[in-house]
Ligand binder design. Structure first.
Ligand code: IPM
Ligand code: MG
Length: 361
C-alpha cells in the first residue's frame, strides 16, 4: 500500500496560484516514483481570503491545516490590500498561521547554486561555495510582543508602539533547534543580536551562551546585527548556521537570499513542536508579474522538497526534486529573474514542464 499524506495547499495571492500549480504537478510525479499518495486540500489565506470572507485567515483554514500532514504555502499580499488596517491585511493571515500552528522555528537556507553563480550581484570569488542556514525565531519578538498599537498621547499626538520581548523558554527552544541543525552542518553557529543596546538581546545572548555548554561540539559565536549584515555581504563564507530573532531574521534572510542571485530560488520551512510544518518560498507574491506566466516556480518546488524532507521524512524524494532542479538549470532553462546570456528563457508553466520532463527521464 502506498504511504498516504494529506497536504494542505495555500496558494494565496499574486503569483501564488501559478507556482503552486507547478508544485502540485511535480508532486504527482513524486507519487508515482516513490509509491506515495497525496490527498490535496486547498484553503484560503491572505488577500484571496479577505476577498472571499473578509478575513485574512478564516478559522476554517486553520482547521484544514491542523487536519493535515503538511502545509504548502505559496505567497500572500498585494497592492490591493495595502491600505487595510494591519490586523486585516494579508500579512496578518500569515502571522496568524505561524502563531496558530506554533511554528516557532523558521529555516531559511541560502546556498549558492553553481549554475546561477553569475546571477549574483556579488563577485564570484565572494559567493562561490556559500552555504548558509538562517534559523529565524518566528512566533515571538517584536512581531508579537505586547503592548502594540497606535495610541493617542496626552498631547493629542499619536504614538506607534511595538514591543520586542523574549522569554527564556522561547530563546532556549529556538536555540536548541539551531544547535541541532548546526551539528548536522559544519558545527558553527553564529547568534545574532543587538546586545550592546537591547536588554532583550542581552537575555538572548546569555541563554545562547548557557545552551552552548550542552553542545560542546558546536562552535558558538555572537555578532551584533549591524555587523552581521555587513559581514554577510563582505565575507559570507564565514557563516554556516545563523540563529536570530524574528525581526533580525526577517531582514538577514532576505540579504542572505540575495547572495545567491535570486530570491526566486529559495525555500523555507517553518516548524513547531507538533511535527506539522508550513513550507513556503522566501519570496513574496510579486503582484507586478502575477498572472503573466513569468514567475520562477523553483523556490516553490524547493519548498516542496523541504516539505518532503522535514515534514514527511521522505528524504529520497526530496533529493530527487532538488537534483531535478539542478538538472533543469544545467540544461539551460531559466525564468526571467535568473536569465543570463545563452540560456533559454521560459515562463512559469514551461519551466514546470521542463522540470517534469527531467524528473520523468
Ligand atoms: C517573510 C515575510 C513576512 C515576515 C511578511 C509577509 C509578514 O517578509 O516571511 O519573511 O515579515 O515574516
Ligand atoms: Mg521577509
Amino acid at each position: 500500500m502506498a504511504q498516504q499524506y494529506r497536504i494542505t495547499l495555500l496558494p494565496g495571492d499574486g503569483i501564488g496560484p501559478e507556482i503552486m500549480a507547478v508544485a502540485v504537478d511535480v508532486l504527482k510525479v513524486v507519487e508515482k516514483k516513490f509509491d506515495l499518495q497525496f490527498e490535496f486540500q486547498e484553503a484560503l489565506i491572505g488577500g484571496a481570503a479577505i476577498d472571499a470572507t473578509g478575513e485574512p485567515l478564516p478559522a476554517a483554514t486553520l482547521d484544514v491545516c491542523r487536519n493535515s500532514d503538511a502545509v504548502l504555502l505559496a505567497a500572500i499580499g498585494g497592492y490591493k490590500w495595502d491600505s487595510l488596517p494591519s490586523h486585516l491585511r494579508p500579512e496578518a493571515g500569515l502571522l496568524g498561521l505561524r502563531a496558530g500552528l506554533e511554528l516557532f522555528a523558521n529555516l531559511r537556507p541560502a546556498k549558492i547554486i553553481p549554475q546561477l553563480i553569475d546571477a549574483s550581484t556579488l563577485k564570484r570569488e565572494i559567493v562561490e561555495g556559500v552555504d548558509i542556514m538562517v534559523v529565524r525565531e518566528l512566533t515571538g519578538g517584536i512581531y508579537f510582543g505586547k503592548p502594540k498599537g497606535i495610541f493617542d498621547t496626552e498631547t493629542g499626538e499619536k504614538r506607534g508602539v511595538n514591543t520586542m520581548a523574549y522569554t527564556e523558554s522561547e530563546i532556549d527552544r529556538i536555540g536548541r533547534v539551531a544547535f541541532e541543525i548546526a551539528r548536522k552542518r559544519q558545527s558553527k553557529l553564529c547568534s545574532v543580536d543587538k546586545a550592546n543596546v537591547l536588554e532583550v538581546s542581552q537575555l538572548w545572548r546569555d541563554r545562547m551562551t548557557k545552551l552552548a555548554a550542552q553542545y560542546p561540539d558546536v562552535e558558538l559565536t555572537h555578532l551584533y546585527v549591524d555587523n552581521a549584515a555587513m559581514q554577510l555581504v563582505r565575507a559570507p563564507k564565514q557563516f554556516d548556521t545563523i540563529v536570530t530573532g524574528n525581526l533580525f531574521g526577517d531582514i538577514l534572510s532576505d540579504a542572505a537570499a540575495m547572495l545567491t542571485g535570486s530570491i526566486g530560488m529559495l525555500p523555507s520551512a517553518s516548524l513547531g513542536a507538533s511535527g506539522l510544518g508550513v513550507f513556503e518560498p522566501v519570496h513574496g507574491s510579486a503582484p507586478d508579474i502575477a498572472g503573466l506566466d513569468k514567475a520562477n516556480p523553483l523556490a516553490q518546488v524547493l519548498s516542496t522538497a523541504m516539505m518532503l524532507r522535514y515534514g514527511l521524512n521522505q528524504a529520497a524524494a526530496a533529493d530527487y526534486l532538488e537534483n531535478g532542479v539542478l538538472q533543469v538549470l544545467a540544461n539551460g532553462a531559466r525564468t526571467g529573474d535568473i536569465m543570463s546570456s545563452g540560456m533559454q528563457l521560459l515562463g512559469c508553466r514551461a519551466m514546470g514542464e521542463a522540470l517534469i520532463q527531467v524528473l520523468e527521464e
